[in-house]
Each structure stands twice: as C-alpha cells, then as structure tokens.
Design a protein around this ligand. Sequence first.
Ligand code: PEP
Ligand code: MG
Length: 538
Amino acid sequence: MKKGIAASSGYAIGRVFLKVNEQIVIAKKTEIDKEEEKRRLEEAIEKSRQQLLEIKERTASEIGEGEAEVFESHLMILDDPEFIGAAMQNIESEQLNAEIAVNTVMDMYLDMFSDMEDEYMRERAADLRDVKDRLLRNLTGSIYASLDNLEDNTVVVAHDLTPSDTAQLDKNKVIGFLTDIGGRTSHSAIMARTLEIPAVVGIEDITLSVKTGDIVIVDGVAGKVIINPDKETIKIYEKKKLELQKEKLELKKLANTKTVTKAGKEVIVAGNIGAPQDVHKVIENGGEGIGLFRTEFLYMDRGELPSEEEQYEAYKYVAEKMEGKPVVIRTLDIGGDKKLSYLPLQVEMNPFLGYRAIRLCLDRQDIFKTQLRAILRASAHGRIQIMFPMISSLEETIKAKDVLKECMKELSSEGKSYNENIEIGIMIEIPAAAIIADELAKHVDFFSIGTNDLIQYTVAVDRMNESVSYLYNPMHPAVLRLIRMAIDAAHKEGKWCGMCGEMAGDEEAITTLLEYGLDEFSMSASSILKARQIIINN
Ligand code: PEP
Ligand code: MG
C-alpha cells in the first residue's frame, strides 16, 4: 500500500498502464558504414511517416481536422531537404552515424529558431523538436509511451500528467490515475475531478513501484493505492464502490433543489468546466450556473490558436445548454503549469510568478481580442459573464476593460450583436488583489476568489509540489483573512463575490465561507451535490 494525496474522489480497480518515456540515448560511432547509416535514416524516416499519417488520420476522425493539422506540419518537416537532406549530407561528408547526424542538424536549426524574433518561426521550433524526437526514437528503438491505444479499465500511472495529457485521456478506457508528483490543486487533479476519474497524486515513487499489467486499487477517498491486492481486499473495495454509488444516488435527490441555508440565505452552487462538453456533468449534478469556464483547454491539444468562430461556437454552446443560468467565462490563463506546444514561451525560473494569464493577454492583444470578440458575440445567446484571471493591480483591470470596450466598438460597427451590459469580474487569486479589493470592487461587477493560486501565493507553497503540500492549508488564518477582505469589499460596493478555487467545494471550509457571506460556490461537478447538502443543513 502506498499513500499519496487524494486528488479525485472515488474507487477504481484496474490494470496499470505505466507511462514512462524512455530517455533517448544516442552515441557516436567511431567507425561507420555510410551506406548502412543512410539506409537506417531512410528507414526511420519511413517509419516516422507511417506513424504520423496514422496519428493524423485518427486525430482528424476522432477530434477534428483542425487538430490534425499539426501532424501535417510534422510530415512536411520529414520531407524538407533542409533538414533531412542536410542530415544525409552529414553522414556522407562528416562520417557521422545516423542519430548523431540528425541530432546535429536539428539542434542547429532549433538554436536558430528559438533565437528568432518571428513568433511563427519560434512556434515551428516545437514541431521540429517533436520530429527530431520521433526520428531518434525510431533510430534507437526507445519506446514512446502513448496514451492513444489503451485497454478497458486502465489506471494510468505516470511521473506527472500535463493538463494536455489529461485532456487526451480516453474517458471510456481510463478509470483512474496515479502520479509521482502533484497536489490537490494541480491542473491534472482538477481535470480528474471534472471527469469524475478517481486519482491519487504525489505518491513520490509510484512509477518505480508498479509495471504495466499490475492490478491496482485506486482509493481516491483516502488517497492511497493498493498494488496487486488479494481477493479479500478487492471484495472490500467492491463493497465500498457500491456504497459510494448508493450515497451518490441519495444525493441526486438534491439535484433540482435551491441552495438555501437554514437561516434562509440563498446561495448559488455552480460548476467549473474546462471543455464545453463538461457542461453536461454540471447540469446532471444540479449546478446552478458555471462559475468558471477555464477556456485555456480550448487552446490545448492542437496545432494553432483557436479562431474567433470556433471559440464563439464553444461559448455559445455552453451558454445555451445552461438555459439562462449564469456562465462565467474566464479569459485565457496560459502559463504556470498550462502550456501550449505551438506558443513556446521563454523558460522561466518561476513560471507561476511569470508571464501568465492576463499578463500574456495584455501583451498579446491579437490573441486576447480574438477571444474577447468570441465571448462578446456568444453573450447574445445566454447569460454570459466575463472574468479576467491573475489580476494584481487596478491598472491591469482598467487595461483589460479597455480592450474589451475596443472589441465592443468593433462589433457594433460590424453590426454584430452582443450584450452591452455584460457583467465583468476579476479573479482574486493574488494576495495583492485581495488587499486592494476595496479599490477593485469599484471597477467590476463581481469577484471570484481563486484559492488554488491565492493559497500558494499567500503561504508561499507551490501548489504542484507534494513535498510541501502539508503547508498548503486553505484554513490558514492569513488565507481566511484575505478571503474575508475580498467578500466584504465586494459587498460594500453592492457587488457579489464567488469562489471558484477548489476550497469552494471543500467540505471542511463551506461553513466558514457561508459565515463570511460568500454568494457563489463554484467547484468540480462531482462536488456540487455534497456541497449543497452541507449548505442546506447549515
Ligand atoms: C484558482 O487559482 O483558484 C483558480 C480557480 O484558477 P486555476 O486553478 O485555473 O489557476
Ligand atoms: Mg488560478
């Protein structure tokens, strides 16, 4: 048995798929047969081509043509004489073996690309790196662990899962996941809760403790894993699973009730989503709105930025499905632990304190405006509210609102409809914002407290780091004071205050938050009914 951090509740009994990427080791041969090396390179190119064609076709049919385009770029690199021709040339003139020849040429271009000012060329560097890895893997025979073809009842075990890995998981096959690193509020944990997949993270050495094919029990309630359990233990867990299902059925009875405390205060219990389709789980669980749409997931697992039209369709879809209930769309929050392969950013010492979210959007107004226009246009189809993440100052708030106003003007002159009175809110997730909340409240319609970040910045505890997770405490008095300040400041200006960090669904915190006067609690769909039960019994 191994202990970790309970990241997503529930039990799963399944077979391990160990996702470890074997390191590619390349060595220089002292004596080479040039013809043989050229033949090896040609063989690796052909193998890579076949793999890419297959992935491209599968992506196009299962996800979409747009998403498949990235693989077309990879295929083009394979045919580009600048790269491949030069590698062949290296074998011939420099007497290099195939893997060193590929590595030398590709690295030279990668260095060149990453120094370039041109954004497009820098983005191509990510493609080139992928193709280089694929060629080297095919040349050296090292294995690339892929999540594409999983068996039924799979428990994915990995050192870490990036948010884009998690987004790719086949929800019909994956019944649980376990990782070496991560905390309760790392984005892969949040995704697991959204998908209602039991998960335990931060188990430190789980990837060294299991192998593909092992049977494991994922106990997402207690945060533990049992490896190759005996029959008796399996029986116990099957019973626990049944009991949990019964409890869920009982909670379902609360799906259509309002959330009113015993004292008569009505609050909203809403759901957090990452993909438009997640809205269905929120509706099933009786969510009274969407308190956070993490739009960055629309930007992941694809080859380029999503267009205005694509985003408009996604936002409109959610607004329409919610049938007039509020939908808070948060603008792009990329950076930190969320990265885009086609938008390479500088390597930063402290990505969570770096070029992230609103900072990036105010700098890249081309990206920002495309999104704002899409959100505004969708606001004609439901009760959409807009929210800016990572606000640390009044200046940023005003600047973001100015860009929004510009987009409104553009749309008006184009004769496109949108809600001119759209509610504008900000996230309170940086201590500075909580401290100046009285000022900020004068300029916005609502706040939503992002405790996932607020806690990490207040207590100086990386939300991804399991070795300091014992300090990551939502009930730390400093955190509670900041929360209270934000709620009071909003109320003083007649504005409402919600919370969309994981603390909103934390069974231990709800009573305190109610006491502070929080108006809206937004959480993973799977926590909604339990939270409602606690609130109505309060
Ligand atoms: C938060 O920080 O609490 C939040 C809701 O945003 P995210 O988890 O996406 O950073
Ligand atoms: Mg945040």
